[in-house]
Design a protein around this ligand. Sequence first.
Ligand code: GLY
Ligand code: MN
Ligand code: MN
Length: 510
Amino acid sequence: MNVSEKQHKAEHRERPSNEAFRAFMGGGWAPRDSTVPSLTEAARYAAARRERLSALFPGERLVVPAGGLKIRSNDTDYVFRPHSAFAHLTGLGADRDPDAVLVLEPRTDGAGAAAGHEAVLYFLPLADRDTEEFFADSRVGEFWVGARPTLASTAAELGVTTRHLHELPDALAKDAGPGAVSVRVVRDADREVAALVDTVRQQAGLTTDEATVAAAQEADLALARALSTQRLVKDDWEVRQMEEAVEATAIAFDAVVAQLPEAVRRGRGERWVEGVFGLHARHAGNGVGYDSICAAGEHATTLHWNRNTGEVREGELLLLDAGVETDALYTADVTRTVPVGGTFSRAQRKVYEAVLAAQEAGLAAARPGNTFKDIHAAAITVIAEHLLEWGLLPEGVTLEQTLDADTGQYHRRWMVHGTSHHLGIDVHDCALALREDYLEGELREGMVLTVEPGLYFKSDDLLVPEELRGIGVRIEDDVVITADGCRNLSAMLPRTADEVEAWVRAGGTR
Ligand code: GLY
Ligand code: MN
Ligand code: MN
């Protein structure tokens, strides 16, 4: 749906609309710059991804919306971020482009057989200066949000056919029907486009009752799964994006460490940490890839603590879990847990060393020949060994018993999360891939994953000795699977206890 059509009309705003005024506003401008951009590198890789998708769905119309603007309050929207599948298949990132819809239109050869797809991008192009939109539309107008791309410039930039968004409904309906073209849509990207596809199906006789509607939605889900699964192995360009994201993240971590004394001094130091990281994320890339977890002291035992309202105190640990997202939307996801004053206490170091040993085991298991879940199995075994040695598991429970998936798992009281997840355009990437491809899938060269064990002892946990209460540690690195192991993309950041202490004492200098 055209965003300008959704715009609220506030009564208190003056909108001069007489013809003379409109003519005055529309004239007297220098000609627009008509140079067209060249095809981007991102677009070349996106074309190859579309080819792979095309081969999976011959003869079908595939609809992948970017999604629309979301109202934050009244006439103010959230910063736009395109749907991840759309970004992956177009190479567009940052805030491009609200309401755009990529359609892979099936092609046939001379004999009528399926012959790949044509990529057509429908979007709201830059309006002429003689339109009211030019100066009066605060959501999309050039006066308000800047000049948007034209059909010609986006066609050149992406190497796809481009059409005005107004043509979308007819394009979706064309030749749709039983025995003709079937249509699949990524449903969660844009509810209005999904509803449009539903209407097309109904009018074309593709859905006639509850059962056929359900079957069509299953077909949509299969498309979303295929898109998610396709992202499990990153191409070269994506790996470079991940390197860029991690490099920027490391610089932002340095800046936070340099600012630790200031975070202590100012009070509400977790917010100071969040701000310093966010400044660098926004400066180096598109922003943070997820809300930064800036958890000092006991807050580190809350896995996704991102209220960040607490103090940062000397003598406590700061767990910072944060990642810079590049302009192309690829995000890092890194955690370091540092002693705010530059020295781990005996108890803090004991927990830290245990988590580090677990992470080493996880990293060693991150290699082709193993499955994804082998990483967790390796890391959690080390975690359980330490908990057993420290006498924290229930009386009489052995290592084998606690590791038993059905009857044990006592150790999970202190590390309830998994050790790894895929990482890419989404921080928890490829989430719709099936268990057999993700959890039980073999690790393959080009996969990018986190390895992030932790131990979290809550301050009110009566089952642990007092010295451990209120300590939370997580160490998280981002790795790319190689031919014979993995490469730690975030290895530039200090990781051992001694290295981390030295880093903090040096004020964030590595
Ligand atoms: N930052 C969330 C996670 O580590 O999965
Ligand atoms: Mn993670
Ligand atoms: Mn994380």
